[in-house]
Design a protein around this ligand. Structure first.
Ligand code: NAD
Ligand code: DAU
Length: 357
């Protein structure tokens, strides 16, 4: 691994991964291709370590000419593909962008890699890898007593977002099977941590709690997610790149499965503790149950035995510590919050998603 193309590296996990990779001893060069949609921001990439080994290119994974040019110009040997539309609620209100970016965008990258590495032959003279970053949502929803998702659980995506990610996973797998493209896939559970865009549950609740706004909990709040601190996800991807077996998929998860309501209550208590304000406490009083997400998956859980056994990965951060770090990070970074919230698009999204709930 020498010249790594990260797609979507200005988003939440991508920017954490860029920072993580530049911080390792590996001395790799990182080229970040990001379209800077509403979800991507250069604010996430301030003060990177090793800036001489980092290059940003603004552009879309849908632009085949640009992708070809980047692969050749930077002699890319590793692609780590994060770029996507990632928010389930947005996919329900406007699925088209998800089909374009997540399916056609992944196809465009795969075609470029195939052309150069397989047909151009450059994949024979050096070790190359196409790593696809995917989600546990491709497996559908679990009942309370069902075993956790494993790598062999049949796909049953429920939302347009999940279906678009499932489609992209299938394309990646097919390119390995048919053309011999050297690929790996990780399917990961819900991430949380610094730089997450405040449309997602955890940062949205932190910011609303801070400002004394209502805390919207969908349905009965008893849905369950398998929360993982973002740095643990970055480490899992690095291990898969270094030690993962070509053609394999690996499930990644945190082993933390509290219900959404419990997560929201914990955040309220942390904000009360770290930013006391008698006029707002207890912030649990701000919790407001609102209309449920259509088709809302009830429960996710990941079986991580394979990556644990084969690659020695397990999460380092307990949920209590990761949540405390995350709340503290948002409280310590008002400049980042102000910059992210400046976008008109963000306020428009909040109105669209919450006003009619
Ligand atoms: P995000 O929405 O925060 O970031 C997505 C990034 O992709 C943004 O920077 C955006 O500008 C960029 N992008 C969008 N369309 C693009 C295009 N056409 N060309 C280039 N860049 C484009 O997403 P995230 O939460 O960081 O998720 C990253 C990846 O990880 C996604 O593929 C997602 O499906 C997957 N994933 C996310 C989670 C999670 O909990 N957030 C869990 C498992 C897997
Ligand atoms: O499971 C992995 C997935 O996790 C990723 O693939 C997605 O990219 C990522 O967005 C995330 O999807 P979720 O839908 O699980 O995340 P979100 O933060 O949107 O919601 C988490 C839970 O909280 C979910 O059950 C819906 C609920 N929720 C969410 C919001 C935004 C609320 O109750 N209220 C809210 O306002």
């Amino acid at each position: 691994m020498q010249n790594v193309l990260v797609t979507g590296g200005a988003g939440f996990i991508g920017s954490n991964f860029v920072r993580y990779l530049l911080n390792t001893e590996m001395q790799v060069r990182v080229i970040n291709l990001d379209a800077l949609t509403y979800a991507g921001s250069l604010e996430n990439l301030q003060n990177l370590p090793g800036p001489a080994r980092y290059e940003f290119v603004k552009g879309s994974i849908l632009d085949r000419e640009l992708v070809d040019e980047i692969l050749q110009k930077f002699d890319i040997d590793t692609i780590v593909h994060f770029a996507a539309e990632s928010h389930v609620d947005r996919s329900i209100l406007g699925p088209q962008a998800f089909v374009q970016t997540n399916i056609v965008g992944t196809f465009t990258l795969l075609e470029a890699a195939r052309q150069l590495w397989v047909h151009g032959g450059s994949g024979r003279s050096k070790r190359v890898r196409f790593h696809h970053v995917s989600t546990d949502e491709v497996f559908g929803s679990l009942d309370p007593d069902d075993p956790a998702f494993s790598e062999t659980t049949p796909y049953a995506p429920n939302s347009p977002y999940a279906a678009s990610k499932a489609s992209s996973d299938h394309l990646v797998r097919a390119y390995a099977h048919t053309y011999g493209l050297p690929i790996t896939i990780t399917n990961c559970s819900n991430n949380y941590g610094p730089y997450q865009f405040p449309e997602k549950l955890i940062p949205l609740i932190i910011l609303n709690a801070l400002e004394g706004k209502p805390l919207p909990v969908y349905g009965d709040g008893q849905q369950v997610r398998d929360w993982l601190f973002v740095e643990d996800h970055c480490e899992a991807i690095r291990l898969v790149l270094q030690k993962g077996v070509e053609g394999e998929t690996y499930n990644v998860g945190g082993g933390n499965q509290p219900a959404n309501l419990e997560i929201v209550q914990t955040i309220c208590d942390l904000v009360d503790e770290l930013r006391p304000d008698a006029s707002l406490e207890p912030r649990r009083n701000l919790i407001t149950f609102v209309k449920d997400r259509p088709g809302h998956d009830r429960r996710y859980a990941m079986n991580i035995q394979k990556i644990n056994h084969d690659l020695g990965w397990s999460p380092r951060f307990a949920l209590a510590d990761g949540l405390r770090n995350t709340v503290a990070w948002y409280l310590d970074n008002p400049g980042w919050i102000a910059a992210i919230r400046q976008q008109q698009e963000y306020q428009g999204w909040l109105d669209k998603n919450y006003n009619s709930r």
